[in-house]
Ligand binder design. Structure first.
Ligand SMILES: Cc1ncc(COP(=O)(O)O)c(C=O)c1O
Length: 664
């Protein structure tokens, strides 16, 4: 540990200047009058991840570019925010944009249809939406409605999801694909639906399901439609690579597959086996993995036909990825292909494998969830507060002789030099920690410790300012900027609304939905309302690579500052939990008409405090009663008056009915 150097008076001069200049690096990004909305587009990468659905208006507001039958209509987020306010819908709000869902369904079905024409494929395409990706009633109802013209079906992984599928799908020609382990009741429901003419496929996950299917089919006298989910050896890149391969949780080994074929043949039911199913994993970033998987699956398809199964359906599961960070790469948050390439590559791979064997082209089924619903939802929340990690102005002159650690810190501050920045940081941290230890033993007072912390912070800010002047700054110095960034506290819960950001470090695009014509001068991470250090967003879509801070605007007094987290329609609502008892947010579905008008189609109030308490087995009424008894006792004891009791009880019952989030 080198002591800070002592210097000549000429070297002290810069320090005097430093004392007078702003300490915060972000503050030094003085608002640039040349800033344009193109700069904002570039900074937030909206053109890279926005899929053409989002833009920025000349007024500096985010926009939705909503496809309608009369072309794309632009809606300003300010209109959406005003509409929410007028309807008394507090932040946070999960905004669903119906036009985008409609467009995605159309694109997926038309993408395959045009690839089928282009490649002269003789089979058809059928989409099924996996209910687990977003089971919300309104979303499934819209998928069924928008998808009716394409016979867009549903995938059900449980009895509850099967009930949704059976009751929601309008067309008997839409597929219902049943995955997951199925008990007798599940099988009975599917068989009865077959009798009604619905195209329900049981995809066998384990040989144990076969005797149940055979027994119940015989009992009811109904022939089932059967699929087999195979385990491919193709490995995929990305986060969900364990969904494929020998150790994947789901899917049949070749040994199990043979067992099933033999069981079906023995029962004279092999003609019911018509679907091959596989799922390589969600969010597959690399198209090569998809091609390889399809090619391997075709070998299974061919041999199942050789075994005597009629087949006819080739279900490749989900995996069609979303380019969350707009990098168009094989990074797990992205993908190196688009929809057209996906469709053509799948079809070509099937044809290349099956045509040499003169096997009829199967109906291609895909279970794209994420790609279908991710863009439709935007989480909107306001910023409540900022912790800006700025040092306070230092006393002038700086006091000396209090404690040696503080003297050293002052000395470091006076002699910060570009060529010694790392040493300056090491020393500053060392003496700050020494001051902290001295506080513990009573040698340094609280006020003195605060001074030491403030000087250290000032040093770090000044070092961060000078790092760009270094020719080859080390990573440890580059990251100082991030460790000094602001924390913007948002009115939302990561665990409830963006669980994947916490659980699997998923990056979602985040950006302010207004003030985009002003340069954002702060560098920040975003903290949520939960008292949990994991409740933060600290990875963002960057211009070149993803970054640890997001540029945001300085808050203005009495003016709301609203951020949007985009592409959150898949999995987030479903996986969200009640950490700190923050419940479901308000949900609003909007539609843009062909005349370009914004319609608020549906509003769903978020959970009340009473609701979330009941989810964790409290009865709001009995809680109220317990509190009432306590208030009554306080009256009896003369601690409060009857009128004060009334006030308390009213507040208590209003709180039970109130929103779980911060109410402005
Ligand atoms: C069997 C099955 N089908 C479809 C999906 C949906 O995948 P994605 O959302 O990537 O389209 C999943 C999700 O992992 C799945 O397990």
């Amino acid at each position: 540990m080198n002591p800070p150097d002592t210097s000549t008076s000429s070297e002290i001069e810069p320090c005097e200047r430093l004392k007078n200049r702003p300490h915060n690096i972000a503050e030094n990004l003085a608002a640039d009058s040349d800033w344009t909305i193109d700069d904002a587009r570039e900074l937030y990468g909206i053109q890279r991840w926005g899929m053409g659905y989002f833009g920025i208006s000349e007024q500096g507001n985010a926009t939705v570019e909503a496809p309608t039958i009369n072309g794309v209509k632009t809606i300003d987020f300010s209109e959406i925010l005003d509409g929410l306010k007028q309807r008394g819908l507090d932040m946070p709000v999960m905004l669903r944009l119906e036009n985008l869902l409609d467009d995605r369904i159309t694109q997926l079905n038309e993408g395959f249809a045009s690839a089928i024409r282009e490649t002269n494929y003789h089979g058809e395409y059928r989409a099924v939406f996996p209910i687990k990706v977003n089971q919300q009633n309104h979303v499934i109802a819209e998928i069924a409605r928008f998808g009716e013209r394409f016979n867009h079906g549903l995938e059900a992984g449980s009895k509850a999801e099967l009930l949704i599928a059976l009751s929601t799908l309008p067309s008997n020609d839409s597929l219902i694909v049943c995955n997951g382990y199925k008990d007798e009741e599940f099988i009975d429901l599917g068989l009865q639906a077959r009798r009604m003419g619905l195209l329900v496929f049981f995809v066998i996950e384990t040989p144990k399901e076969v005797p149940i299917i055979l027994r119940r089919a015989k009992h009811w006298g109904i022939e089932p439609l059967i699929g087999v989910r195979v385990k491919l050896s193709t490995q995929v890149d990305g986060h969900w690579s364990n969904d494929a391969g020998d150790r994947s949780l789901f899917g049949l080994s070749t040994v199990q597959l043979i067992e099933i074929i033999d069981l079906l043949r023995e029962a004279e039911m092999l003609h019911c086996l018509q679907m091959l199913h596989f799922h390589l994993g969600s969010q597959i970033p690399n198209i090569r993995n998809i091609r390889d998987g399809v090619t391997e699956a075709c070998r299974f398809y061919l041999d199942l036909i050789k075994e005597g199964a009629p087949m006819g359906y080739f279900d490749l599961g989900g995996g069609l990825a979303v380019d969350y960070d707009g990098s168009a790469s094989i990074d797990g948050h992205s993908r190196n292909y688009d929809l057209d390439e996906y469709c053509v590559d799948i079809i070509e791979s099937i044809m290349a494998s099956l045509d040499p064997h003169n096997v009829a082209h199967p109906t291609i089924v895909s279970e794209s969830g994420r790609w279908t619903v991710a863009p439709m939802s935007v989480l909107l929340f306001d910023i409540l507060d900022v912790n800006d990690f700025q040092p306070l102005p230092l006393p002038d002159p700086l006091p000396e002789g209090i404690h040696s650690s503080i003297d050293f810190l002052i000395d470091i501050l006076r002699h910060i030099k570009v060529r010694r920045l790392q040493e300056n940081v090491n020393d500053a941290i060392y003496y700050r920690d020494k001051a902290r230890r001295a506080f513990q033993t009573g040698q340094v007072s609280l006020r003195e410790r605060a001074l030491a912390e403030n000087i250290c912070l000032t040093i770090l800010h000044q070092v961060a300012q000078q790092v760009p002047e270094m020719s080859r700054p080390p990573e440890s110095l580059l990251s100082i900027k991030d460790s000094l960034s602001d924390i913007y506290y948002g009115n939302f819960s990561v665990f409830q609304s963006l669980p994947d950001a916490w659980a699997i470090q998923q990056i979602f695009p985040v950006m302010p939905v207004h003030r985009l014509d002003e340069e954002p001068t702060r560098h920040a991470i975003i903290g949520d309302l939960t008292c949990d250090c994991d409740g933060q967003l600290n990875q963002f879509v960057g211009t070149a690579a993803n970054t640890k801070t997001l540029r945001l605007h300085q808050l203005r007094d009495d003016e709301a500052y609203c951020l949007g987290v985009f592409l959150v329609g898949a999995y987030q609502e479903t996986l969200g939990d009640l950490h700190n008892l923050f419940g479901d947010t308000n949900i609003v579905s909007v539609r843009v008409t062909e005349a370009g008008q914004l319609e608020f189609v549906r509003e769903l109030k978020g959970d009340s405090i009473g609701d979330v308490l009941s989810y964790v087995e409290y009865e709001p009424q009995s809680i109220y009663e317990q509190f009432r008894a306590r208030a009554e006792k306080a009256v009896r004891e003369g601690k409060i008056t009857v009128a004060q009791r009334q006030e308390m009880l009213q507040l208590f019952s209003e709180s039970l009915r109130g929103y779980t989030y911060f109410e402005g």
